[in-house]
Design a protein around this ligand. Structure first.
Ligand code: SF4
Length: 104
């Protein structure tokens, strides 16, 4: 019985230490994701045709949100949807507090 209590105690301590280690690693290595990336990807047509010069709508959204380009080069997008993206990015600050101005 005594060996069972010792083994249980050792496992409890190891579990607690590993839990603390995981909590620390989660906090230390977390990656900030710009929520605008997912929203802009949803707002694009979703054809993934590549005519914008990127591998798909996600690539176009990433290029805009990261500041790689300030041109929304999507050809099949409707003008009203294009205007919605421009307005959304101009009015929604990212994690750094800045908004994005893109050309229509
Ligand atoms: S051109 Fe438009 S629809 Fe085609 S992949 Fe690029 S963003 Fe998507």
């Amino acid at each position: 019985m005594q060996s069972f209590v010792i083994a249980f105690g050792v496992m409890l301590v190891i579990g607690a230490l590993l839990g603390l280690l995981l909590a620390f690693a989660n906090d230390k290595f977390k990656v900030e994701v710009d929520a605008r990336l997912e929203k802009v990807t949803e707002m694009l047509p979703g054809y993934n045709c590549g005519s914008c010069g990127y591998s798909g709508c996600g690539g176009m959204a990433e290029a805009i949100v990261s500041g790689e380009t300030d041109m929304l080069t999507c050809n099949p997008i409707k003008q009203e949807d294009r205007a919605k993206i421009v307005e959304y990015l101009a009015s929604t600050p990212g994690p750094d507090g800045n908004t994005i101005q893109i050309k229509q």
